[in-house]
Design a protein around this ligand. Structure first.
Ligand code: COA
Length: 320
């Protein structure tokens, strides 16, 4: 038994914000942002919410997969920016699409979240508990950015990506995941403060903060080693892989990973230029764009890799 992706969908907010737009409200420039990151514009929510984009992405993925709400056993949303602490975004999706039979819950593994959700679904399938799942990465990161901090807010965007996965004869061939909580604070965001009058709140860090260079070093060493691990486990080499769909954090990270793996950058499709970094949503949005462009053909071997907050990372190699 393997876990196969049988449909994809995504949803981005309507509002496009270019680097030039940002340079009108803060001391930055298109040249600084695009040369260091590859990002030219991102979509940011106005009316949209994490749930509304997730619901739309789910409907598109189900239509693409040819499944109905009754077919869905499990819904997992990877997010750090659900609209509510409870109910979960996955429960909101369940209600909206009428997947009454499904079990629904959210997970937090930041930018690796979609990869972790894929692995959880795979474990459920292997144990025989469920057969069909809807898995998503969905974020409204613009809500947790400090818009006075130009070193972080220019990097991120909003959006949702979904995939329908099913127990099948082919699909996921190998998987690697890991966490390094000891380095967690290099990319951090505080939750709601405790306003209980009996408690003194010692923390004063409300929005996202990042040590960009530490995150960069982590990504360019951990991602190639994680990808090599899944390839070894699957008995494949980089030459066997048609595409490497990586978390879209920074074009320099992607170029460095390609160089370290000795693979042409042409095999690394990107959505970074028009999406920015959308944390858990990056990989499924990129996958949906590749799918809808007709890049993915049955039998192709694809590597997926996510990395980021936690710190966390997860890679998979799968047959399409
Ligand atoms: N516009 C203009 N200048 C900016 C700026 C912006 N948006 N953001 C920061 N700067 C300035 C800094 O203030 C600093 O100025 P100074 O030298 O006068 O102090 C200068 O640019 C260099 O800043 P620095 O942080 O050293 O830049 P960098 O070369 O490390 O690049 C990143 C910053 C964020 C692009 C880079 O560290 C990176 O890509 N890290 C990985 C981050 C990531 O991908 N995170 C998500 C992972 S899931």
């Amino acid at each position: 038994m393997r876990t196969r992706i049988i449909g994809t969908g995504s949803c981005l907010p309507e509002t496009v914000v270019t680097n030039d737009d940002l340079s009108k409200i803060m001391d930055t420039s298109d040249e600084w942002i695009s040369s260091r990151t590859g990002i030219r514009e991102r979509r940011l929510v106005k009316e949209e919410t994490t749930a509304s984009m997730s619901i739309e992405a789910s409907k598109r993925a189900m239509e693409n997969a040819g499944v109905s709400a009754e077919d869905i056993d499990l819904i997992i949303v990877a997010t750090i920016t659900g609209d509510h602490v409870t109910p979960s975004t996955s429960c909101e999706i369940q209600a909206a699409i009428g997947a009454d039979r499904a079990v629904a819950f959210d997970i937090n593994a930041a930018c690796s979240g979609f990869m972790f959700a894929l692995h959880i679904a795979d474990a459920y399938f292997k144990s025989g508990i469920y057969k069909t799942a809807l898995i998503l990465g969905a974020e409204t990161l613009s809500r947790i950015m400090d818009w006075n901090d130009r070193s972080t807010c220019v990097l991120f965007g909003d959006g949702a990506g979904a995939a329908v996965v099913r127990a099948d004869d082919t699909g996921l061939l190998a998987y690697d995941q890991g966490s390094d909580g000891a380095k967690g604070m290099v990319l951090a965001c505080q939750n709601r403060k405790n306003n209980n009058p009996l408690v003194k709140n010692p923390m004063d860090m409300e929005y996202t903060s990042m040590d960009g260079q530490e995150v960069y070093k982590f990504a360019v060493t951990k991602v190639p080693s994680s990808i090599k691990k899944v390839l070894d486990e699957a008995g494949l080499t980089v030459e066997d892989i048609d595409y490497f769909a990586l978390h879209q954090a920074n074009i320099r990270i992607i170029q460095s990973v390609a160089k370290r793996l000795k693979v042409s950058e042409d095999k690394f499709p990107t959505s970074l230029d028009h999406c920015g970094n959308i944390s858990a949503a990056s990989v499924p949005i990129l996958l949906d764009e590749m799918n809808r462009k007709g890049l993915l053909k049955p039998g192709m071997k694809i590597v997926l890799s996510g990395f980021g907050g936690g710190l966390t990372w997860g890679s998979a190699v799968l047959e399409w």
